[in-house]
Design a binder for this molecule. Structure first.
Ligand code: ZN
Ligand code: ZN
Ligand code: FE
Length: 761
């Protein structure tokens, strides 16, 4: 065995961690474990930069939260694994003012243990009060209308504190000293239960108890939570889950769950140390966990996540959720309160309108939600946390850079949109907005793009956007008074990954996703981009093929398969009926014309569409109900015991072309001999990892970033990372920023900033 590889973690801890003995505690733990690095207080919070053997490092990180000094309260804990620095000892560094003095708005924080204890204590004046909070926890970003963060600038303004709350608020020794959303049953927000038409059925605790009863009876409850509405049903009730799917028009996409407790959750899912940390963290995201299939009767309907070995689960995070789940004692589906891909509703009257026909009852309250905030999604990949959807608990925390940037607004791409704003050395990233497919989503986008600069009182000097001329976000940028800076989609992915990993060029970026507008006007998506400081060189890409029907291929993997086969066999394809089984005669004729005449059949180098093609070729899926479904199913078919990969070729040129033809041919041979799908799928994934290693060798660049939606595929990411390390490279991947288009805005800002700097020396 080799000596364990040195890894480095950088952690920013926010909350009551300054002046409570936190730094000496960190120092003691780190030195006991022979870790090296430093800790300091900064305007950001307590920053810990520490390196050592991977396992020890991970153990240290878990201990930090579990064994912290009694007076320390952690409100946010952000950790990234970075390239090792070669520290020689551990030290407490002088606090420094790094010039990045921007106003920090905290995300919404899960109820702290003290507040949870109070709501379950019959002797406490906040017993069963669902809006209990304190200085250490409660709503923040979702209630702030403007800065500074004072009650008068929040949606709590309309509730005058009673004498008792007022006393707590003004007592420096009280846990609620200057807790802006402080409230109690006498003076704060209250619950109401409405029927489907908005008629009030009951108030306060009775509303909660009746809502719980309706869930027990298999009804669909719309619950106004922290950042908007959730739809809740009994996760164990097949008919209830089925009804929710039908009414929400969501056929197969997995639903998120909320479990009453970690103990109950363990009966259904496997939970590792880092996963437990995430579940119990102040951010309290939905965590993707492997289903436990040890033969016991599952208390969660298979319809929650059909065919999926993972479940997305969170624990109760607001006092309202704690009370409701304690009352129920079983897991519930807790999905965004919207119709398919629209943004979640925040206002009860709006909810009544938009969720009409979906929800049977509405459990609402009178604390206005200022901005929508979905539940975040995170998981553990390569032993590190990774945020896949950044919203409640994370937004609007910044990515902090070493040097200040000009003030730039970035508007993202088209799907999984978020916007970002640079102010000084911080890049603030908005909450997840969603896919800009509906009027409601457009409105949410415009609102967020206006909201961020207004909150931080910043006038953008430029607006960074995607290069795609038809994106709504691009048109928004063009209409903005500040000059716009279009940034190539995959370059933005690469820069985002570099920024969060604190990497400087040169870096080889592997940017694989569904689609992005290329500088040559074709659809890119299987890119190898060398970030060279000034911009990028497209040093390689996957071989192109034509997509019959263009965007329509996203929902029909069989079209990608046809494009791939046509690229290989040309006109011969139309005589080979064995490969045209997924199409009717008329369809085959139509697509034949598209491909031969090159009409509505754009060229693409997309890795995402290659996944689709393979899924269709091996008979796994011909049509998808959401983008990425076929790729997910390919991933679920992985058998880690299968070794080996398919052949492929790299064709020289500028850029190099990675030719998948040898792989597809051998795969077709495997299909004809009826090889196990698990065998084919695993070898396909392994081949993709080998392609990445081969291209890394070709370019000779030591540091590689893996970015783009395809790297939401855990096996692909872990396999590529492992093979790159074995081959002497240093791979990096996304941790705090999503690998999908939710990370695009960050990269756009970095690109626009360097363009502006280039112009104004
Ligand atoms: Zn609290
Ligand atoms: Zn009160
Ligand atoms: Fe993308």
């Amino acid at each position: 065995m080799n000596a364990p590889r040195t890894e480095r973690a950088k952690v920013i801890v926010r909350g009551a961690v300054q002046g409570v003995g936190f730094r000496p505690f960190v120092y003691r733990r780190a030195t006991e474990l022979h870790l090296r690095g430093w800790v300091l207080n900064s305007a950001q919070g307590v920053v810990i930069d520490v390196e050592g053997a991977g396992d020890t490092l991970r153990e240290f990180l878990l201990q930090l939260e579990k064994e912290k000094p009694p007076r320390a309260v952690i409100q946010s804990f952000e950790c990234s694994f970075l390239e090792a620095s070669g520290y020689e000892r551990f030290e407490i560094r002088e606090s420094h003012d790094d010039g990045g003095k921007s106003v920090l708005i905290l995300p919404d924080i899960a109820a702290c243990p003290d507040c949870v204890a109070e709501i379950f204590d019959p002797g406490n004046r906040r017993h069963r009060y669902p809006f209990t909070n304190c200085t250490n926890c409660g709503p923040r970003f979702s209630i702030i209308e403007s800065l500074p963060y004072d009650r008068a600038n929040t949606s709590m303004r309309k509730f005058a504190m009673c004498p008792e709350c007022d006393r707590e608020y003004h007592d420096p020794l009280d846990r609620r000293f200057h807790a802006q959303p402080n409230a109690c049953p006498h003076c704060g927000p209250q619950l109401e239960l409405w029927d489907a038409n908005g008629a009030v059925l009951s108030h306060r605790d009775e509303a909660l108890l009746k809502a719980a009863q309706s869930i027990r009876e298999g009804r669909i409850l719309a619950l106004k939570g922290v950042g908007g509405f959730q739809l809740i049903v009994d996760a164990g009730s097949e008919p209830a889950v089925m009804r929710l799917r039908a009414r929400k028009r969501r056929e197969e996409k997995p639903f998120a769950l909320m479990a009453p407790s970690l103990a109950l959750l363990r009966e259904d899912c496997e939970v590792s140390g880092p996963e437990e940390r995430l579940l119990l963290s102040p951010e309290s995201p939905i965590v993707l966990l492997r289903r436990n299939v040890k033969g016991k009767r599952l208390r969660i309907s298979l319809l929650v996540a059909p065919g999926n070995p993972y479940l997305g689960v969170m624990l109760p995070y607001s006092p309202l959720h704690h009370l409701l789940l304690a009352e129920l004692g079983f897991p519930v589906v807790a999905t965004s309160g919207n119709l398919s891909d629209e943004p979640i509703c925040i206002d009860q009257d709006e909810a009544l309108e938009r969720l009409r026909g979906i929800a049977d009852f509405f459990l609402v309250h009178d604390r206005p939600v200022v901005r929508h905030m979905d539940d975040s999604i995170a998981r553990v990949v390569c032993g590190c946390e990774q945020v896949l959807r950044r919203a409640r608990g994370y937004a609007p925390l910044p990515v902090h850079l070493k040097t200040p940037l000009p003030t730039i607004l970035a508007v993202g791409a088209h799907v999984k949109t978020s916007v970002a704003l640079s102010a000084g050395a911080d890049i603030f990233i908005s909450q997840h907005i969603g896919d800009l497919e509906t009027g409601a989503a457009h409105a949410a986008f415009r609102q967020t793009a206006a909201d961020l600069p207004r909150l931080y009182d910043a006038a953008p000097k430029a607006v960074a956007c995607d290069m795609h001329p038809d994106y709504l976000t691009t048109r928004f940028a063009a209409g903005h008074p500040a000059p716009s800076h279009p940034v190539q989609h995959h370059f933005a992915h690469v820069l985002a990954c570099m920024a969060e990993n604190e990497l400087e060029p040169p870096v080889l970026g592997v940017a694989w996703d569904g689609a992005g507008f290329g500088t040559d006007g074709t659809v890119w998506g299987g890119e190898f981009l060398l970030a060279n400081g000034g911009g990028f060189d497209r040093v390689g890409h996957l071989r192109q093929f034509r997509l019959p029907g263009g965007d329509a291929a996203v929902k029909e993997p069989r079209r990608s398969a046809l494009g791939v086969l046509f690229e290989i066999f040309g006109d011969e394809l139309w005589d080979r009926d064995e490969w045209l089984g997924a199409f009717s005669k008329q369809e085959a004729l139509l697509f034949k014309q598209m491909l031969e005449k090159k009409i509505n059949a754009p060229l693409t180098s997309s890795a995402g569409r290659l996944f689709d093609a393979v899924a269709a070729l091996i008979g796994l899926r011909q049509r998808a109900s959401f983008e990425g479904q076929a790729a997910m199913e390919l991933e679920f078919a992985i058998d880690p015991d299968v070794a080996g990969a398919y052949p492929f070729a790299i064709r020289d040129g500028v850029p190099r072309v990675i030719d998948w033809q040898p792989m597809i041919l051998e795969m077709m041979h495997d299909v004809l001999r009826c090889a196990d799908i698990r065998f084919i799928s695993t070898r396909f994934h392994n081949t993709l990892a080998e392609m990445i290693v081969a291209m890394a060798r070709e370019t000779g660049e030591h540091r590689i970033v893996l970015t783009g939606g395809c790297f939401q595929n855990r096996y692909l990411t872990e396999r590529a990372v492992e093979r790159l390390i074995e081959s002497g490279f240093r791979p990096h991947w996304h941790q705090r920023i999503p690998p999908n288009d939710g990370g695009i805005a960050l990269g756009q800002i970095i690109a626009a900033a360097s363009a502006i700097r280039g112009k104004i020396p």
